[in-house]
Design a binder for this molecule. Structure first.
Ligand SMILES: Cc1cc2nc3c(=O)[nH]c(=O)nc-3n(C[C@H](O)[C@H](O)[C@H](O)COP(=O)(O)O)c2cc1C
Length: 292
């Protein structure tokens, strides 16, 4: 697999170890080593998704600090739709004593997350959808900034690309930087051997995805928001600041993080033109909210 940057890091690491170079280089190597990757495997059975996750673990093992969770091994109760997390805060969720918090803590720990997900009826399996629902307050109060997401969809025949796009969209709203997902083949029968040709094809596909993911995770500059993300932020904060129906936890969260005054969710320089556009959106949004 073409992992040029990973190979280079390995060579430099070996070089540093052999020559005992100064602290500065060792520190940089430490930084690389410190990147943390979480794999979230979302199949209800120990099948192709698990095999693919294990393979990814092997490929990335030398380079990153890794963790894998299989959602089927956790106890995550079904969202009941009470919406208490939205209007009273996530700590008031009546189901808060199950494992959902473990998943969120691990997501907060990671620099990058790889979702390995089976295609179920052209969508994500209920296990994963339930996780999204249980954490849906993150649409209102995003917090996974500067983290990279790669979806790997495992399917029988058709529909995987849209699922990858859907996962990226959700994670984008939660603050993450999405990397174009990949789709590989699984199958219904676990005892049916995949042809070596198919295995090679899947390995190549996953390799392309991991390369994109590695490049994004090693990015040194803070990512500038897209125009759409900037508009979403400015509209949301204005409606939370002035809207009669704004939810108290959202208001408190934005206040605490200084988002009513900031350019964006995180510290990022906007060029003068984008600054002006931002101010115009604030004004338009305020007029819209106050009219309602
Ligand atoms: C309930 C169910 C629905 C499925 N729906 C689709 C589908 O819509 N499109 C598809 O290509 N494969 C579909 N599949 C096939 C799975 O994506 C495939 O078996 C995959 O390998 C499952 O991952 P696993 O082996 O980790 O369980 C479905 C399988 C199941 C059990």
């Amino acid at each position: 697999m073409d992992f040029m940057c990973i190979k280079i890091k390995k060579i430099i690491k070996q070089f540093v170890e052999e020559t005992k170079l100064g602290k500065e280089i060792e520190l940089n190597i430490e930084e690389w080593k410190m990147k943390k990757i979480l794999i979230i495997e979302a199949s209800p059975r120990n099948g192709y998704c698990k095999a693919i996750s294990d393979d990814i673990l092997k490929q990335l093992g030398d380079i990153y600090e890794l963790d894998l969770i299989s959602l089927r091994d956790l106890n995550i109760d079904s969202c009941t739709g009470c919406s208490i997390c939205l209007f009273a805060g996530s700590s008031k969720c009546p189901l808060r004593n199950d494992d959902v918090i473990i998943v969120l803590e691990k997501m907060m720990w990671a620099d990058g997350i790889i979702f390995v997900v089976p295609n179920y009826s052209l969508g994500v399996p209920a296990l994963l959808k339930n996780l999204f629902d249980r954490l849906a307050y993150l649409f209102h109060r995003p917090r996974l900034f500067h983290k990279v997401i790669l979806p790997v969809i495992v399917q029988g025949v058709i529909g995987g690309k849209k699922i990858a796009d859907y996962i990226n969209k959700v994670m984008g709203y939660w603050g993450m930087n999405p990397v174009k997902g990949v789709v590989v083949t699984g199958g219904v029968y676990l005892n049916k051997e995949k042809s070596s040709q198919l295995i090679q094809k899947d390995k190549h596909t996953i390799g392309v995805g991991l390369k994109r993911f590695s490049q994004e995770i090693n990015r040194t500059k803070v990512k500038s928001p897209s125009n759409l993300s900037l508009i979403v932020f400015r509209m949301a904060r204005t409606s939370i600041k002035y809207g009669e129906d704004a939810l108290p936890p959202d208001k408190a969260y934005y206040q605490k993080l200084g988002w009513f005054e900031s350019n964006y969710y995180y510290d990022v320089k906007l060029n003068p033109f984008r600054k002006i556009v931002g101010i115009c959106i604030d004004k338009i949004a305020k007029r819209m909210v106050m009219k309602v």
